[in-house]
Write a protein that binds this ligand. Structure first.
Ligand code: CLF
Ligand code: SF4
Length: 454
């Protein structure tokens, strides 16, 4: 659908290199593979894969909290039939849904029967939906033919190391074909399967994104090497995600800390010279649903969706996608215009946004700020930072000053903040910290450009 008609601007990945049109067609409405698409198109994870064939020292799948957003967490496990039914209901209710992925809460390929049955049902019943998988890669070479036959065009492999000596610190054990491996042997086996799987994906023209969990003191100094290696084997995109400390995981219990947003950005900037870098990941739950920046999973539980009728309407969905495509094109046109203007001041800007690539949210309502960087003639999205919502309503707003302190600290490396409205208290706190505040309602690109040109 998208991408056929446009010239050079349409074939760029974010601010990165151009990609061939055949690849562009696969990414243009995938919210994870295209930064522009993530403002408009939704994804849904189907939690059908509970088991795993290895133990990562950063993982704890036993803990479930509906308010927690991180991989491995799901409030329920669905059968393949329930999952396919849910796709029918949600694709009707949220026509912006373009991608259905299986990402756990265990590993999809450690649950092959449930995973492939689900994918086959969705492919048969809802052919305009893209299929996506996220795996540790251990069984990828074994199941590649099945993945290809099911038209799964996007596969993510989590690759945290390309050296078993680093790997032995990350993985407790790996179970492969009935045998359990530990230490360096386990890491070497996993690495071999991941590298083979990645090469096979490339050979079969299946787009591969590599996720790497950045763990300070364990693999943070090693991930540039990982980036280089996966690029050489044909990965399309690299996504460096921060370790989230959680009790019950080995690293969490040992007190290993999360990397700061600034440390992560330094690493992403370093790796971006060699590979397309994903910066808009929200580390979704295994039952996530909606735009990446929102999660509607708790509103669409089994109890709710099984009582709803399927209203999947392919023609209506096509119309909605055409409207979305027009909006995506407007953003690309604004980016293209930038390249014809004067150099911008290099600044970091925090934006309060509810989506649509617009400055369209009050400061006090933001649960995350999108961070944009102007550099040369480009403005790029460099990450989303979660905060506690400052204003919970007119009666209690401002009652907890430490919330504001935390927000200011989180944005301390930014020179400006854009929002629709802000009260005098927060404005003063931000400006005292050297963050200029601008109230506006505009396309983010245009608003940042105005500040960076002043
Ligand atoms: Fe899901 Fe992953 Fe497919 Fe996207 S998520 S399986 S590629 S449809 Fe996306 Fe979520 Fe980040 Fe994953 S924001 S955690 S990268
Ligand atoms: Fe957890 Fe995924 Fe590692 Fe399995 S592969 S232990 S589900 S993080």
């Amino acid at each position: 659908m998208a991408g056929k008609e446009k010239g050079a601007a349409a074939c760029r990945f974010g601010t990165g290199p151009k990609v061939p049109e055949s690849v562009w067609d696969k990414v243009s409405n995938h919210p994870c593979y295209s930064e522009d698409a993530h403002y408009f198109y939704a994804r849904m994870h189907l939690p059908v894969a509970p088991g795993c064939n290895m133990e990562c020292n950063y993982c704890n799948r036993l803990y479930d909290c509906p308010n927690e957003s991180r991989p491995g967490v799901s409030s329920e496990i669905l059968t393949p039939e329930e999952a396919a039914y849910k796709v029918g209901v949600i694709a009707g209710e949220i026509p912006e849904l373009t991608v259905v992925g299986i990402a756990g809460p265990g590993d999809p390929l450690a649950n092959p029967r449930r995973t492939f049955k689900t994918l086959a049902l969705v492919k048969k019943k809802y052919p305009d939906i893209r299929l996506c998988l996220s795996t540790n890669g251990l069984m990828l070479p074994d199941y590649l033919k099945t993945i290809k036959a099911l038209d799964v065009n996007h596969v993510t492999i989590t690759i945290n190391m390309v050296d078993p000596k680093v790997g032995r610190e990350i993985y407790d054990w790996v179970r492969h074909k009935g045998k359990k491996y530990r230490g360096e042997e386990a890491a070497a086996l996993l690495l071999d399967k991941q590298m083979t799987g990645l090469s096979l994906l490339k050979e079969n023209e299946i787009l591969c994104k590599v996720n790497s969990v950045m763990v300070p003191g364990i693999n943070d100094q090693h991930l540039a090497e990982v980036s280089q290696k996966v690029k050489s084997l044909g990965a399309f995109l690299h996504n460096i995600i921060p370790f989230i400390p959680c009790s019950g995981s080995k690293f969490g219990d040992q007190g290993v800390r999360a990397p700061s947003a600034k440390e992560r950005k330094v690493l992403q900037d370093l790796c971006e010279s060699q590979i397309n870098m994903m910066r808009h990941c929200r580390q979704c739950r295994a039952d996530a649903l909606g735009l990446l920046a929102e999660d509607l999973s708790q509103q669409h539980t089994r109890e709710v969706f099984l009582k709803q009728p399927i209203r999947y309407d392919r023609e209506r969905r096509r119309q909605v996608h055409l409207e979305m495509e027009t909006k995506v094109q407007a953003i690309r046109a604004a980016k293209e215009l930038l390249s014809q203007r004067e150099e911008l001041k290099p600044i970091l800007v925090a934006v309060a946004t509810k989506g649509g690539s617009m400055v369209n949210q009050h400061f006090g309502h933001a649960r995350e700020f999108s961070i944009y960087e102007s550099l040369g003639k480009e403005i790029k999205f460099v990450g989303a930072r979660n905060v506690q919502q400052y204003c919970q309503g007119p009666v209690t707003c401002g009652d907890e000053p430490w919330v504001l302190d935390k927000v200011v600290e989180m944005l301390s490396d930014c020179q400006a903040l854009l929002c629709v409205r802000i009260g005098p208290g927060p404005r003063q706190a931000l400006e005292t910290a050297g963050i200029k505040v601008f109230e506006t309602y505009d396309l983010v690109i245009n608003a940042v450009q105005k500040i960076a040109s002043r």
